[in-house]
Design a protein around this ligand. Structure first.
Ligand code: CAO
Length: 416
């Protein structure tokens, strides 16, 4: 079966998490991704969080499937010549170096355009243009400067970063979309272009409902937040709202049977307006169905603690899966808090390729996440990440079309 991005070749200058997320996705969709790494060193994550001595870490393998690895010292004279040829042979250059690194290497946007006017140059940076554009940024910094941390956590406690890597992997997804759009536009214009995805922008984009609430605050308290019903005044910024949904359909995380010993024996429970009467029936409060203090969404807003208390008294008598089994047929939206262990063992996620088991020569088999986007005409087969420099000779010969003697010379120079 052909794949969506067949024939697209990517010069992958990415490292750590954000950029590799993007190029891994492009590789899954069929692009030929050539990961360029420093000889003898490679992507720093290869040797970070090592769990199997001598093997590439899970951190690296889980971000670099379906790629080929070329080692190249792009700061040496020979290395620069090889890189020039690579730029001419590729469609897209993807990078997430610290700001200015590519210019210092001699491969800024103007040089890239001279070498290959069709090339798309795609970058992830911590910040877009402005006062912080030269800053280095990691995941949690992005979550803090993008508005996620100030709105996550409990009202009376410190700001919290989330376990979801919204700054790194989230921005990688944005960049992949930008690249595919630029490839489509190139079909019409014949020209490449620059694509920038800033991590601050990516996090903020995912926090839009909190910016919505910031503006709603100017017109009165946020009535869907628990703090309204508790009579606690709002300040001048969107507060942390713990597990409140904060939207038009109030929801919370509630204890389920076993919560005393199992840290994940909880369910999310949404009191969707359309199923209010069914909720009252399930939790044994039929009198709330028509009672004026409970029957309408505005009436319920000042009573959320009492209402969720009653729902929790019911959920605590059931396991989180029983809650799901009872509520789903009634269209009541609930979701068990699944642990990573439960997710890793969930057969349906294996069947869809969302979780995949991969064989690796240094570490044996391990689990990884598969492609989260399913295309009916592009079957994704997850193949293991490359060893450092595993494809150097192959790429020099097949992609860059160097002769045997030239390859020997390049190797002799220490550039690869
Ligand atoms: N050959 C020769 N030199 C190479 C090379 C190669 N193949 N690959 C990288 N280098 C050089 C770079 O040119 C750079 O050199 P200079 O500093 O002299 O310009 C140097 O290696 C280090 O690159 P870096 O500054 O990007 O790496 P770092 O470890 O110091 O910083 C990070 C890492 C992530 C903070 C920074 O790259 C960054 O801010 N990136 C943008 C934001 C981002 O993606 N953050 C998410 C990271 S995941 O949490």
């Amino acid at each position: 079966m052909s794949k969506a991005l067949d024939g697209i070749r990517i010069l992958d200058f990415t490292h750590v998490q954000s950029g590799p997320t993007c190029t891994q996705l492009l590789a899954w969709l069929g692009a030929d991704v050539i990961k360029v790494e420093r000889p003898g060193v490679g992507d720093a994550t290869r040797k970070q969080l090592v769990d199997v001595e001598g093997a590439d870490s899970l951190y690296f393998t889980m971000l670099n499937h379906n790629k080929r690895s070329l080692t190249l010292n792009s700061k040496s004279e020979t290395g620069k010549r090889v890189l020039e040829r690579l730029v001419k042979k590729c469609d897209v250059l993807v990078e997430n170096f610290a700001p200015g690194a590519l210019d210092r290497m001699g491969f800024g946007w103007e040089r890239i355009q001279e070498l290959n006017p069709r090339m798309i140059m795609a970058s992830i940076k911590g910040f877009g243009p402005g006062p912080y554009e030269n800053c280095k940024v990691y995941e949690n910094v992005a979550q803090c400067v993008g508005g996620a941390a100030s709105t996550t956590g409990f009202r009376d406690d410190v700001p919290i970063v989330t376990g979801a890597q919204i700054g790194d992997s989230g921005t990688g997804l944005n960049l992949a979309l930008g690249i595919t759009a630029a490839l489509l536009q190139r079909e019409k214009t014949g020209r490449g272009q620059r694509v920038l995805a800033a991590m601050q922008d990516g996090v903020l984009n995912l926090c839009r409902v909190k910016l919505r609430d910031q503006q709603r605050l100017q017109h009165g308290p946020l009535k869907e937040y628990s703090q309204f019903g508790e009579g606690i005044e709002f300040g001048d910024a969107t507060p942390r709202a713990a597990n409140d949904s904060g939207g038009g359909q109030p929801g919370r995380i509630l204890k389920c049977k076993g919560w005393e010993s199992d840290p994940n024996a909880y369910t999310y429970f949404i009191t969707q307006v359309a199923v209010w009467q069914k909720i009252c029936g399930v939790i044994g409060k039929p009198e709330w169905k028509e009672h004026p203090d409970y029957a309408t969404p505005p009436a319920r807003l000042t009573r959320l603690n009492e209402i969720f208390g009653a729902i929790e008294a019911w959920t605590m008598t059931k396991t989180k899966f029983e809650v799901m089994d009872i509520c789903n047929p009634l269209d009541i939206p609930v979701g068990p808090i699944l642990s990573m262990k439960e997710i890793a063992e969930e057969p349906s996620l294996r069947e869809t390729g969302t979780i995949v088991e991969v064989e690796h020569p240094q570490r044996g088999s391990y689990l990884t996440v598969g492609c989260p986007i399913k295309l009916s005409d592009t079957e994704v087969e997850v193949t293991r990440s490359p060893l450092l420099g595993e494809h150097t000779e192959e790429i020099l010969a097949e992609v860059l079309e160097y002769s045997v003697d030239e390859i020997a010379e390049i190797k002799e120079s220490g550039a690869v």
